[in-house]
Design a protein around this ligand. Structure first.
Ligand code: MG
Length: 392
């Protein structure tokens, strides 16, 4: 095993050193694209994930986070609006001691931004002074998609109530796995991953999910949304959610405070236009075609063996008669040139021969060239004759 890996590494290093303009690393390496994966395994054409600079402290916003509340009046007014018109609410939410506080009769507070799938961080604190019991103590909530589903906020520290209404519950749907609350009056932290349900042509393709960490403890793990939250009532499973909706904080009559609110949109799922993971055949073939076209474009700027390699590479993604014919032609021309080279100068061709051999072996192994492809055995035999590779 190690031997084989070492050999592969050697070949990679050789082509790395010589191929320069074509590709920094071998394009003929992991299993090729298939009907559900537009990229090869370990594909160097696959885009690298964007760089995100994490915050110095966990729970603080990383570089790509969108901050919805940073403790200031300005961020409150820029990012939030009252759901109820001014003449229908008794008072407004307020900013106090760097926190956003729910006020009785103020109604829900909505983010101005409409959000979809996201990672959300939000911290909350029930009043230090214990007032009320059950659902009446430190009750608020974090609602997604304009109120479709609620992650419960409640001070149920030593305050029993129904399980699917405790802190970290997907309200009315799923109790938290454990009660990881800190004592009343202490700050609690939520890290939430929300995935909206996706329906197409009236068919639910994904029921959506919530993953919730309360004070760093997993309390919801990919919990299906089951149509969303309801008080006393179940919602139909096929309830259609919007594509985007406001994040909402609940006024349940208790002065619950919130701080350090930020989110990051999540990458789209495969059924939602994403190109990572196992894709439908249609999306896969369309992405493969796009990648192949880019490679054929790159090939136009090249000539000779490097151009042949790039065209062969494009055939991994999409068959194309003219790319194949051109690659065949270039390889035949290169072989004709090799046949005329005097032995002392042959050493100069070593790297190009080996990288072509690697490509043809790969193409042959994955049935991207036929068994009787003439140049496959010619290049292989030449490499063996020269003592550049073992005769296996
Ligand atoms: Mg609530």
């Amino acid at each position: 095993m190690m031997n084989r890996l070492n050999k592969t590494f050697l070949i990679l290093t050789v082509s790395l050193a010589t191929s320069g303009a074509i590709a920094a690393k071998s394009a003929f390496f992991g299993d090729p694209p298939d009907n559900h994966h537009p990229w090869a395994v370990h594909d160097h054409n696959r885009p690298l994930p964007p760089v995100v600079i994490p915050a110095a402290k966990i729970a603080q916003p990383p570089s790509d986070a969108i901050v919805l509340f940073d403790g200031t009046e300005a961020s409150f007014h820029e990012n939030w609006r009252h759901d109820r018109p001014a003449d229908e609410r008794d008072q407004d939410w307020i900013v106090v001691e760097g926190a956003l506080q729910s006020m009785r009769g103020a109604g829900k507070l909505s983010s101005i931004a409409e959000l979809g799938d996201l990672q959300l961080h939000i911290e909350w604190r029930a009043p230090t002074e214990i007032v009320g019991k059950g659902q009446g103590r430190g009750n608020s909530g974090v609602f997604f998609m304009g109120g479709m589903v609620e992650v419960q906020v409640l001070d149920n520290f030593k305050n029993p109530t129904y399980a699917d209404g405790t802190a970290g519950a997907v309200y009315g749907i799923m109790p938290p796995a454990v009660n990881a609350l800190r004592p009343s009056g202490e700050w609690q932290s939520y890290d939430i991953i929300f995935r909206r349900p996706i329906a197409r042509d009236g068919v639910i393709l994904d029921h959506g999910s919530l993953t919730v960490l309360l004070n760093g403890v997993v309390v919801q793990d990919n919990t299906p949304l089951e149509g969303g939250s309801g008080h006393k009532k179940r919602k139909p499973l096929d309830r259609i959610f919007p594509e985007l909706g406001a994040l909402m904080l609940q006024d349940h009559g208790n002065p619950v405070r919130f701080r350090n609110i930020w989110y990051r949109p999540l990458r789209p799922r495969a059924i939602d236009g994403g190109t990572d993971g196992r894709l439908s055949e249609e999306s896969t073939l369309s992405k493969r075609s796009e990648i192949a076209e880019e490679l054929r474009q790159h090939a136009r700027a090249l000539e000779g063996q490097p151009k042949a390699l790039r065209l062969l590479e494009s055939l991994k993604y999409e068959e194309d008669a003219s790319a194949r014919a051109e690659a065949d032609n270039l390889i035949a021309q290169y072989a004709a040139k090799l046949k005329k080279i005097a032995p002392p100068e042959m050493e100069d061709e070593k790297n190009q021969v080996l990288s072509l051999d690697e490509a043809l072996q790969y193409m042959h192994r994955h049935r991207l060239i036929s068994n009787d492809y003439p140049m496959w055995s010619f290049v292989n035999d030449l490499a063996i004759q020269q003592g550049w590779k073992e005769d296996k």
